[in-house]
Design a binder for this molecule. Structure first.
Ligand SMILES: N[C@@H](CCC(=O)N[C@@H](CSC=O)C(=O)NCC(=O)O)C(=O)O
Length: 280
């Protein structure tokens, strides 16, 4: 693992690292924010919020725009922010912003030419936490959150792995990717034509199947330009109501799909996760 950058922020450290991912079969960059006490109190271990970003993002969008570090420092929570796909000249890509590099959809691809590298589900669930927990002063208490494509990733990964996370939250998530243009394009390419395999990555489907119910918060802006065509929060709400899953879905008047919305409510999301992450 190689340190790429290190910047003091609210008395803690915002850092970027590069490492060779065995799962993704390419070098990857990720960001970590560690509160100040990591330097001062030897032996202290922080719980971690994993943040999954959306289409076209790297680790830098959330790190630079969300304003999460102040609250993370106050609460004593570390942040880990992976990239949104494998990358590199040898990694398959597509000219569209919604497929290929920058658009990994947090799944394990089964189709050519994607399956050699596009395994973001395994990377986020297993490889990255193992690396982080071996190399940083963090505990195995994890929460997961994300935005848009990353909100889809957070919902899917949290719902499928309730034993690994304390809580799940999402801003403007793609709730029903098997029934929206972004999801249909990506899942056809990465998973193939057999739509039965798509359901394992569909939050609305997974909510109805969940055997264990983690605390789940979703925030959605009412002026989001992708709301009806791509995000479909009502599909998640309907599935949660039908199966008795305790979803807290909040609609916010006037907010769009941007990081201005995330910056406005990230404190609420961090405090929501802190309630569970810091419980022992
Ligand atoms: N056509 C747009 C789409 C890109 C976009 O809006 N990306 C969002 C996430 S959308 C769902 O996953 C984003 O987070 N962008 C980064 C940012 O810093 O705002 C385009 O290519 O511009």
């Amino acid at each position: 693992m190689e340190l790429v950058s290190s910047t003091k922020c609210f008395d803690g450290l915002q850092r970027q690292y590069r490492h060779d991912s065995d799962v993704l079969n390419c070098p990857m960059r990720f960001a970590v924010y560690l509160p100040q006490e990591a330097e001062e109190e030897k032996g202290h271990k922080y719980p971690v919020l994993y943040w999954l970003s959306g289409l076209t993002c790297t680790d830098e969008n959330f790190s630079q725009k969300a304003g999460a570090q102040r609250v993370a420092a106050e609460l004593g929570i570390a942040l880990v922010i992976p990239d949104t796909s494998p990358r590199g000249e040898d990694v398959a890509d597509d000219p569209g912003y919604d497929l290929g590099q920058g658009a990994g959809f947090y799944l394990n691809a089964t189709q050519e030419p994607w399956k050699q590298h596009y395994r973001m589900y395994d990377y986020v669930v297993r490889e990255l936490p193992q690396l982080v927990e071996q190399n940083f002063p963090v505990s195995e208490r994890r929460a997961i959150a994300g935005h848009s494509m990353g909100g889809h990733g957070a919902l899917v990964i949290g719902l499928r792995n309730p034993e690994r996370y304390t809580s799940i939250s999402a801003f403007s998530p793609i709730c029903n990717p098997i029934a929206c243009p972004w999801g249909e394009k990506a899942f056809s390419a990465y998973l193939g034509a057999d739509k039965s395999s798509w359901e394992d990555y569909d939050a609305a489907t997974l909510v109805s199947r969940a055997s264990e119910q983690l605390p789940l918060l979703v925030s959605q802006g009412e002026e989001d330009q992708f709301l009806e065509e791509q995000l479909k929060p009502h599909a998640l709400e309907t599935a949660a109501e039908a199966s008795g899953y305790p979803l807290k879905l909040e609609h916010h008047a006037g907010y769009d799909h941007s990081y201005y919305f995330i910056a406005s409510f990230i404190e609420q999301h961090l405090c929501f996760h802190a309630d569970y992450l810091l419980k022992h």
